[in-house]
Design a protein. Sequence first.
Lengths: 267, 301
Amino acid sequence: MSRLVKIEWLKIRSNATFWVLVGLHIGIVLMIVLSGKIFIGNLSINGSNLKDFAGINNIPIYQFPDIWHNITYVAGFLKFILAIYMIISITNEITYDTLRQNIMNGLSRVDFIISKLFLVFLLSVGSTLFVFITGFSLGISTTTDLALHDVIKYSGFIPAYFLQLTAYLIFALFIGLLIRRTGLAMGLLFLYSLIIEPVLGLRIQNEAIKGFLPMKSISNLIHMPFGKYLLREIQDYVTFREIIIVIAYVFVFIWLIYLLLKKRDLK
Amino acid sequence: MPSLNNVVTTQNLTKHYGHIRAADNLNLEIPEKSVFGILGPNGSGKTTTLGMLLDVIIPTSGTYSWFGNQSNTENRRQIGSILETPAFYPYLSAVDNLKIIAEIKSTGYGAINDVLTLVGLYERRHSTFRTFSLGMKQRLALASALLSDPRVMILDEPTNGLDPRGIAEIRDLIRTIAAQGKTIILASHLLDEVQKVCSHFAVLNKGKLLYSGLVNDVSGDEQRIELSADDVNQLYSLLENYPGKKNLEVKDNRIIITLPGDASVTRLSSYIYQQGVVPTHLVALHRSLEKQFLDILNESK
């Protein structure tokens, strides 16, 4: 096992693209989170604009417990930056013929998949840790009445963020392996998550059924939190059912990856 | 000759791409410690066959077995292989690329500097792969194949794109490696290359195995000797009566006599001397592998 970790680590250690994209992910998450007040001010939900709402500076977006829900929701939008690296990583292995050479040298196909899943795990754990530390620091420095109860409340969104990211990156891995070409795979990933599935979703009236669509189920793990500042009802928890659907998709994607690699000639 | 074990055997190994039979019911046996040349025109199925033996191409039917067992992943770690073009991570240095291979093969990093020195890349070990010339890439591929001190090396067109000096170096390297008791499987469309380094060879065409045998057998069951003398006519009439003669022809003032494969050339020359004729020219004509190869291909038509 540690051998597979080491193999993947050697591949990314001196890879400029890896560090640039990780840096971008961290930088952009920080930028958006720290400009949260501006972001919130421009947010309008069903015609009501938060800027017109009295006491915008009193909105506790950075305070415990709200920070956990807010930061994971915002960071969830930027998972696509890490997905880009996931696609580059797998399509490069194909275009460089190194996937084939790895197998020839004595790596099994399953070992290869495990080493790529380690990369997914590394990116997910790293990003979750970063979001946790940022959220915790913001919470500690802005919450006036610090209570353990508030720190813990909503912190369940941290593992939800981890699951969301893991599932999305495994999906990106699958798309990369399926399409093989870097640009085409990225195009399909965005086309599917931004256009194809949402359009498909429009035809489904039932929210519960819509929740079974892969991208929708992944984003459903963390519902939009900001409505509550307009005194609207929001879902500020993760349901068991939502978790199970996403975990099921994780297994389905891994199974599809396995089938793709098992049957394919590596020429 | 003592019977040696085979490193790999195939049973009816077949690969179809649609209607094309890239490999058609191949039954190959590659003996241990041989330098085994796989010859064939471009597109004859050499790379497809090697790809199947290395588990990167899934056979349509048939089986193969390395070292007499079925555990393929473990077996591949004892095989150093290059198929077609060298495949490395372009953004990594030579050393880092070899470290990945060492991890895959579960060997230490100890041999990395040695193999880089052997192929003359030690000075460039920290340069990234993308800065290498084609010749250097080929040599790094050879270094990677040698890294785990493998039992078997599979080289597919190893001298492709190399200059004459590079080709000679690779050839010497192959001989050196073979002398260490390793089995080398060499696919090539260059007959000369196979004749110079191989002990065994097989001929593939359109996915079919046409021939498999020893390179020395190439001279086969007959040999041809070219002779000349001051008086060619006298020599001709002498040879007409030579016992065991199979054929006699005259070409450009020279006589070519065909004798059985086991006939002694010394006896022939002393016979001529005894009859009072001094030959000015006496050369055993080797039937070249190229001629043999073309004959095999023609016979199959």
